[in-house]
Ligand binder design. Structure first.
Ligand code: XMP
Length: 521
């Protein structure tokens, strides 16, 4: 069973027709201070009744409205008196179900930039510039509008770029207002969400702490106990503090030391959660088990699989020992939550969530407590700040679940982990002591087991390579390599070569993602 937070009424329900930009629409709405939630077409009516939104947005999607496998949305959604905005495929669906005609794709698709000629700027397009650039990406297009609709704007290839039935508050766009390349796209969304639909602007991730705590209390009851895998990362830490506020000593945290942690990580978690918050924290030293099973393994995917499997085994053993705990706490975020429809497609369909604690299996037979499952990462950070978590934790760089294993190329051994850990510590110290981490998404050292000749003191050495990886990114999907001031690079290199035994050379990785990934394995 999953604890599903109920959205406040007055928000925006977004129907996902399979759009690559759906999450972006949800974010843009939340940036306006309005709660938004995404659902699949098959669940839209059910969610509408449940959530009572003040507006519905129909997203774009890759299909043709004529395709036999076109997403099925019940047209009754148009009879609920709720304002509707259709974007791209959403507009085509809207046109098709309000007496208009849609022209199939053979006529040729339209992609890219086009200028918008506004013919009516009374409401939806108020404050938008004439000839502003908008971003099109569609195959089908609307050929005729149904009764009640009028044109608010057109573009050279598209006579129905923005349309409206003002009586019923139905609006449609053939382009994407949510992408940054569309000039005035944010203004259009704001006009629809705030002025036309009059959504409630009470969404503020920092101000929902009390509601979240109350929801956890209600779910867990007066004597329920929760076990939570604490990694020391932002999500599980914020989830732990929140759940702890709700149920105090009935929260049991488990921190697994897999031997692949950075310098000071375990101690930091103990100091914050056990000493400062006085949480029940069990530290399981499983490093022997992890490193033992990793011995001799060089293939990156195999390394990851082994680490994931042992994590689940260790966590299950510890959870099973806490006999009274029937609840499993997780720091699942909104982007990890996939609404899916059961085979019969009914409204009772399940909501599946990605198990972020090392992919724990369903048969753990525990009720999930996921207080962050309706939040984006930056909202979780805001919540963490509100809860008083230190910036060193809330704003910390991502650290992968498999830890240093994916930065220690080839076989993972204690002999390689020790110098890697020491070099990584130096990189972090030199960057963080100067506040340079604010411009970087991640900054770390990599152990490359390639021997090269050096000279230390008067002696010839033949040692491995330490690579410095410094990247900027917004979401880790793409990344750019970054530089530091020369004197900082020099200091890092100098310290690694002088203080760490095992490296004769420090190199800088100047590869962007793509084609390279951020991690080396
Ligand atoms: P890549 O290397 O694919 O990494 O460019 C993208 C982002 O994901 C992090 N990463 C992981 N995080 N488990 C995680 O929790 C993993 O197995 C994993 N692999 C990569 C990486 O640090 C970067 O932020």
């Amino acid at each position: 069973m999953t604890a599903e937070p109920e959205g406040p009424s007055g928000g925006v329900l977004i129907v996902d027709f399979g759009a690559q930009y759906c999450q972006l629409i949800a974010r843009r709405v939340r940036e306006l201070g309005v709660y938004s939630r995404i659902t699949v077409p098959e669940r839209a009516l059910f969610t509408l009744e449940h959530m009572r939104p003040a507006a519905v947005i129909l997203s774009g999607g890759p299909r043709s409205v004529y395709a036999h496998d076109a997403p099925a949305l019940d047209a009754a959604i148009l009879d609920k008196g709720v304002p509707v905005l259709g974007i791209c495929y959403g507009l085509q669906w809207l046109a098709q179900h309000t007496g208009g005609r849609v022209h199939p794709a053979e006529a040729g698709a339209e992609y890219g930039r086009t200028a918008l000629e506004i013919v009516d700027d009374a409401d939806f397009l108020a404050g938008c510039r004439q000839d502003g650039i908008v971003w099109m990406s569609h195959g089908d297009k609307v050929e005729a509008l149904g009764p009640g609709f009028e044109v608010l704007a057109k573009s050279a290839p598209c006579p129905f770029a923005v349309v409206a039935d003002r009586q019923r508050k139905f609006y449609g766009l053939q382009f994407h207002p949510e992408v940054a390349h569309t000039q005035d796209g944010a203004r259009m969304l704001s006009n629809f969400v705030l002025d036309i639909a009059r959504c409630r602007t009470d969404w503020n991730p920092g101000s929902i702490v009390e509601n979240k705590i109350a929801a956890v209390k209600e779910l867990v009851g007066d004597d329920g106990e929760v076990v939570l895998g604490l990694s020391g990362g932002v999500d599980s830490s914020v989830a732990a503090v929140l759940i702890h506020h709700a149920i105090r000593s009935r929260l049991h945290c488990v921190f697994v030391d897999n031997g692949l942690l950075r310098h000071g990580e375990r101690e930091g978690v103990e100091a914050l959660f056990r000493d400062h918050y006085h949480m029940d924290l069990e530290v399981v030293d499983a490093s022997e088990r992890f490193l033992g099973e990793l011995a001799g393994v060089v293939e990156p995917e195999q390394k990851r699989k082994i680490i994931g499997r042992i994590f689940v085994e260790v966590f299950r053993e510890r959870a099973a020992s806490k006999k009274k705990a029937h609840f499993l706490g997780q720091g699942t975020l909104y982007p990890d939550v996939i609404e899916s429809v059961a085979a019969h497609g009914g409204a009772t369909s399940t909501i599946k969530s990605h198990h972020n604690v090392g992919g724990l299996p369903e048969d753990l037979d525990m009720t999930l407590v996921e207080p962050l499952r309706d939040l984006f990462k930056d909202e979780v950070r805001a919540l963490g700040r509100e809860l008083g978590l230190p910036s060193s934790l809330v704003d910390r760089q991502p650290f992968p679940g498999p830890g240093l294993a994916v930065r220690c190329l080839g076989e993972v051994t204690r002999d390689k982990l020790a110098p890697l850990r020491a070099a990584d510590r130096i990189v972090r110290e030199e960057i963080e002591s100067r506040g340079l981490e604010k411009n970087l998404w991640q900054y770390f050292a990599v152990y490359v087991p390639q021997k090269s000749v050096g000279v230390k003191g008067d002696a010839r050495v033949y040692e491995d390579v330490c690579v410095l990886r410094l990247v900027s990114s917004v979401d880790a999907m793409t990344a750019d390599w970054e530089l530091l001031p020369t004197e900082v690079l020099a200091r890092i290199s100098n310290r690694i070569l002088n203080e760490v035994k095992g490296f004769s050379r420090v190199c800088l990785d100047i590869s962007s993602k793509p084609p390279a990934t951020i991690e080396w394995e």
